[in-house]
Each structure stands twice: as C-alpha cells, then as structure tokens.
Ligand binder design. Structure first.
Ligand SMILES: NC(=O)c1ccc[n+]([C@@H]2O[C@H](COP(=O)([O-])OP(=O)(O)OC[C@H]3O[C@@H](n4cnc5c(N)ncnc54)[C@H](OP(=O)(O)O)[C@@H]3O)[C@@H](O)[C@H]2O)c1
Length: 248
C-alpha cells in the first residue's frame, strides 16, 4: 500500500512519534484518525489539526478497547491502515524483594495485548479494502534488550515475532504488514529522554521514516540508519558487545 491518499489510524497520535507521524502523513495527503489517553494533549493536537479525527482511548481499559473498533469503523468505514504505536517504557528491578509486577503487567497490556486485540478486531475490515496496511511499532531493544527495562524489551521482541507471523498469514490478502523499528528517539517515552544527546532528533527520525514509507515498494521493516547497530547486532556477531555497550 502506498501511504498517500489513505485513511490511517494512529494509536498514541497525541504525543512523540505518533504525533509527528500523524502530521507528516497528513502533509502527504492522508486523512488521519488518532487516539490518545490524555485528554489535554489529544485536544491540543486536534485543535492544531482540525482535519484530524480523534478518540480518547486508554488501551489498558479492556471494555473501552473492546468497544473502540466498532465505533471507529462505523465513523470511518473507509479506514485503510492502522499504525499501532501507543506504548510505554518503564524500569523494573528483579533484585528487589518483593519484585513488583505492576510495570510488567501494565507494559504487556499496553505494548502487546492492546495491539494484538486491535489488530484482531481491525483485520477483517482491512482485508475488505483493495489495499491496506497494518503497521506495528517495535524497537531496536527488541533485538538487544536493555536490562533495566526487561518486560519493555521483551514486549517489543514479542511484537517483532508476532508481526512476522501476521505478515506470513496475510501474505495473500490486500493487507501489507510493516514494522517500524525505532532506535532511541528524542521523545518523552521516558522522563528526560527528549534531552538526551544520544537520542535521534524526532524530526530527523520522522523524515527518514517518511522517506522509507514513500518508496514504491515499502519494505517489511521500516529501519532508519541509526537502528542498524541494534537490529543487525546478532546477525553480524556483535550481540555480546552491543549488549555490554547498552547495559554497561
Ligand atoms: N522514543 C523512542 O526512543 C522509542 C524507541 C523505540 C520504540 N519506541 C516506541 O514508539 C512508540 C511511541 O513512543 P514515543 O517515543 O512517541 O513515546 P511517547 O511520546 O510517550 O508516546 C507514547 C504514546 O502512547 C500512548 N499511550 C501510552 N499508554 C497508553 C494507554 N494505556 N492507552 C492509550 N495510549 C497510551 C501515549 O498517550 P498519552 O500521551 O495520552 O499517555 C502516547 O501518545 C512506543 O510504542 C514506543 O515503545 C520509541
């Protein structure tokens, strides 16, 4: 599917990567529907972009998540694509006693269960479109884990694996399955991250992603140059060195 003149849902479109992607895709002639958990930033985004549609949705609210797709498709029967971007990244300490599982459970619900449920609900509709796409958002940490964020890294490794299986199952349908694999990008995914010198500026990241999404044949994985260090570490025999570099 070409990412132009489409109607595209972006979860977590009120902040960071989702917000920037929503505005960049709209500038390329797409009609954008966003979801956000926080009402104030969702409202600000919609005020700034009056042509966008938006929904409040906490993807960890099981009832709200279950009800969302039917309402979305009733309002937007022309939906062509979904970018399942909403995610959280929090630290966990398995040396603590007791080990708290709050972060683990919240992370799995947000980063793994929610995209699976949304995809399951939206894929029958997407398959009815002549050309459609489902896009997941994993992370370079899917390929080399950050030890301070074990379930985050595992949730992204799981999303990567799940995306590969979806792509295979849907290979003879109209739905293309893509995976955006961001490196460290300057957003507030974790507090202060947007000011980290090592983080790729958000506009540079989005510029590269849009370049890839504009190619005649959009690759399965949307890989910006910076993420090759993590994405290809194991294949290139660098896993242990990169793990050490990442985790000290
Ligand atoms: N930035 C990076 O370095 C990086 C690297 C690799 C992968 N990623 C991935 O990129 C995606 C976007 O992250 P970001 O960097 O743009 O961070 P961000 O600015 O914190 O954005 C995260 C988005 O997810 C939404 N979200 C979180 N929990 C939610 C929930 N329970 N229900 C509904 N929405 C929820 C947030 O909505 P609210 O603002 O309303 O809470 C926000 O819109 C995530 O999947 C992240 O894992 C980011």
């Amino acid at each position: 599917m070409q990412f132009t003149n489409r109607k595209i849902l972006i979860t977590g479109g009120n902040s960071g990567i989702g917000q920037a992607l929503a505005e960049a895709l709209q500038a390329r002639g797409n009609r954008i529907v966003i979801t956000g958990r926080k009402q104030a930033s969702l409202r600000q985004m919609l005020d700034r972009n009056p042509d966008m549609a938006g929904y409040m949705l906490d993807v960890t609210d099981e009832a709200a998540l279950a009800a969302f797709p039917a309402g979305l498709l009733a309002d937007h029967p022309d939906l062509d694509a979904a970018i399942l971007n909403a995610g959280i990244m929090e630290a966990e300490d398995y040396t603590a006693d007791p080990v708290s599982l709050d972060v683990a459970e919240r992370t799995i619900a947000t980063n793994l269960t929610a995209p699976i449920r949304l995809a399951a609900a939206l894929l029958p509709h997407l398959q009815s479109r002549p050309a459609a796409a489902l896009v997941t958002v994993s992370s370079g940490l899917a390929f080399v884990p950050k030890a301070g964020n074990p379930v985050y890294s595992a949730s992204k490794a799981a999303i990567h694996s799940w995306t590969q299986s979806l792509r295979h199952q849907l290979r003879e349908t109209s739905v293309a399955i893509h995976e955006i694999v961001p490196p460290l990008v300057a957003t507030e995914l974790t507090p202060g991250q947007s000011r980290q010198a090592m983080a790729l500026p958000l506009d540079a990241f989005i510029g590269e992603v849009m370049g890839i999404l504009s190619q005649d044949i959009v690759p399965d994985e949307i890989l910006v140059e910076r993420v090759a260090f993590l994405r290809n570490a194991e294949a290139e025999g660098r896993f242990d060195a990169v793990f050490t570099a990442l985790n000290g």
